[in-house]
Ligand binder design. Structure first.
Ligand code: ADP
Ligand code: MG
Length: 615
């Protein structure tokens, strides 16, 4: 049996202090009592021997180079001591310290205690899992009381992280009475008006029409790629189809579907949505829940769907390389190709060889599904044809014309010169592009002049379009929609937090938007998740919702009541800089007509208008 972590620490300290060696400089410097030669080290011994002496001067018996060394060393030690004194120290009164200690102790004990009391089989899993991590509290020995009192930061971190593993560490055994109970519950739901109302909505989704086919494919294959337009019901439906199929076939107790999401907010919002569709609350031992780092609402152990971030699965894999308790792994939004999701896919490719009972479903919004199928030895693919909403598109020139917009500050530099000023191109590349642009602009301007007023073309020409998005124009456009168009939420796509907060500030500076008739929601990962979930709520009649978001709203979340989409035209993309070996996020102009613009259009719940501010 291993020792408690605290025990080990105690021993080490005993050894350290019990054999204190005054002859060593670093001992003196390291112990907090004596920082420099006046208090410790061989000088202090000398001086003590002489009953004190000239503090600060080198001992008389030293010669030549030794004297220099003595002063150099003293300087170093003194500097260390000064650093220590100037370091920030957090003071806490005793009652507060005790309160925090108690809190930490409950966090620390909970997984083990609960596992042991509530589910006898679970404690075994906790034990084995934590043993591999080197944690020794869970091996059956209660740690000594003094250790419980003051856990080290590392211990606390580890214990909190263990909570992220709770869903994974479960022993799953088939339980036929549980199977029956789940089936009864599912059938009973058909009498629940909340469930049936949601079911009516679900039945209209394109994915629902393919329920049987999808379920058959999952049954027959170990790996399946599912692609489909945004909003067709991949994320919210496919997981439920799998679970309900198991429940109906009296196998509910062995079904544990885990679905990854690229972002925390989508894991939470999707889990909440699925729970609502099942007429349940999220987590609380129901059939659907979520786990994001250090935050969870866990569903029941058996017969459940868990939405989590990709990072959680990577964390799980460090403790259980086989993900033993999981029956279905659904990797969602894989087309986004983040570093995490790509790493996970490569691990999963190895994992399916070790676990032939694990089903893997890869889901992608766009049509690069083939690439993923190829990677998994040409596994089957299924495409869910989506419904596309009728969308009316307005381009920048149309918007400028419609608003009779005049920018407040005008840039007098010729347009073709400005366009390539701040790009990351090399000089010859830039010059060539400028040349091309210089040649093509007059021709393009002429075609514009045929269709638009001179003032619009002048505004376009003067617009600083190389690096900035004209937020003032977006404010004007929002005002126009609010004053002249029908009801419906407005969704604005901008590349990053600085633009998002900038637009928010500009709107809030206007009296009109401060009123109760507006809900303005900036949506960004910097915002706390609580306020982000507001985004899905339908405001009361007469209140206009304005969501300002990055490309997060493109594929991973669906905001139902959006009718107007304003597309800033720029997106932040991750690029890998091979020379410096780092990933960078830079804002790039999206190409009109690219799939991103289509995704953005598809984000509207209903027929509406997209205003891509790109030319
Ligand atoms: P996909 O993953 O294929 O993009 P989803 O499964 O996320 O689609 O969404 C399917 C449909 O469910 C959406 O078109 C939307 O109408 C609805 N929906 C999804 N999430 C929510 C939500 N949080 N609130 C209301 N409706 C939602
Ligand atoms: Mg989705």
């Amino acid at each position: 049996m291993s020792y408690g972590y605290g025990n080990r620490r105690g021993r080490r300290e005993d050894r350290g202090f019990g054999h204190g060696n005054e002859e060593r400089w670093d001992r003196g410097a390291g112990s907090s009592s004596g920082g420099y030669p006046g208090n410790s080290g061989w000088e202090s011994r000398e001086e003590r021997g002489r009953g004190g002496g000239s503090r600060g001067r080198h001992p008389g018996h030293l010669k030549g180079r030794e004297i220099g060394l003595w002063y150099a060393k003293r300087g170093g030690i003194k500097r260390k001591e000064d650093d220590r004194k100037s370091a920030t120290v957090v003071q806490m009164d005793e009652s507060r310290e005790e309160h925090i200690t108690k809190l930490l102790n409950t966090v620390q004990k909970e997984p083990y205690g609960r596992g042991r009391d509530a589910h006898p089989s679970t404690s075994e899993s906790w034990r084995s899992g934590t043993d591999t991590g080197g944690h020794s509290y869970f091996d059956g020995e209660e740690p000594p009381a003094e250790v419980l009192k003051k856990p080290s930061t590392a211990e606390v971190k580890r214990t909190v992280k263990d909570k992220d593993l709770e869903y994974l560490f479960q022993d799953i055994l088939r339980d036929s009475s549980l199977d029956q109970e789940m089936k009864r519950d599912l059938l009973k739901k058909r009498d629940n008006p909340k469930y049936t109302e949601m079911l009516k909505f679900r039945e209209k989704l394109p994915s629902y029409k393919m329920k049987e086919e999808l379920v058959q494919l999952v049954r027959a294959n170990q790996v399946l790629v599912v692609s489909g337009e945004t909003g067709c019901g991949k994320t919210t439906q496919v997981t439920q189809f799998i679970l309900d199929d198991y429940i109906v076939r009296d196998m509910g107790s062995v079904c544990r579907v885990v679905c990854t999401q690229p972002r925390r907010i989508s894991a939470i919002s999707v889990a909440e949505r699925v729970s609502a569709e099942r007429a349940e609350t999220v987590g609380e031992g129901n059939s659907c829940g979520y786990q994001i780092r250090l935050q969870s609402r866990l569903p029941r152990k058996q017969g459940s769907v868990l939405y989590c971030t990709t990072g959680i699965i990577l964390q799980w894999l460090r403790s259980d390389t086989h993900l033993s308790s999981i029956s279905h792994l659904v990797l969602d939004e894989i087309h986004e190709r983040t570093l995490q999701s790509d790493v996970l896919i490569t691990i999963v490719k190895d994992l399916i060889r070790l676990r032939d009972d694990l089903k893997v479903i890869l889901m992608s919004a766009t049509l690069n599904a083939e690439k993923f199928s190829k990677y998994f030895d040409n596994c089957p693919m299924v495409h869910i044809p989506g419904f596309t909403y009728p969308v009316k598109e307005y381009l920048l020139e149309e918007v400028v014309e419609m608003l009779r917009y005049h920018p407040q500050t005008q840039n007098r530099r010729p347009r073709w010169k400005r366009r390539f000023m701040q790009g990351q191109m090399s000089r010859p590349e830039k010059e060539q592009k400028e040349e091309e642009y210089k040649e093509s602009w007059p021709c393009y301007a002429r075609t514009l002049r045929d269709r638009y007023s001179d003032s619009t073309v002048d505004v376009l020409e003067a617009m600083d379009d190389d690096d900035k998005i004209d937020l003032a124009l977006i404010v004007e456009l929002i005002r126009h929609i609010v004053l002249h168009e029908d009801e419906g939420a407005i969704l604005v796509f901008l590349p990053g937090w600085d633009n998002i907060s900038g637009l928010n500030d500009l709107l809030m500076a206007q009296q009109m938007f401060k009123s109760e008739n507006f809900v303005i929601i900036p949506l960004h990962s910097l915002m706390p998740t609580v306020s982000q979930t507001q985004v899905f709520k339908r405001p009361p009649p007469g209140v206009r919702k304005i969501v300002i978001a990055t490309n997060i709203a493109e594929t991973s979340i669906t905001i139902d009541d959006v009718v107007y989409v304003i597309d800033g035209g720029k997106i932040k993309e991750t690029h890998f800089d091979t020379q410096n070996n780092i990933s960078t996020m830079t804002a790039e102009w999206g190409e009109p007509g690219q799939c991103q613009a289509e995704e953005r259009a598809g984000r509207q719940g209903f027929a509406g208008e997209v205003l891509p501010l790109v030319q």
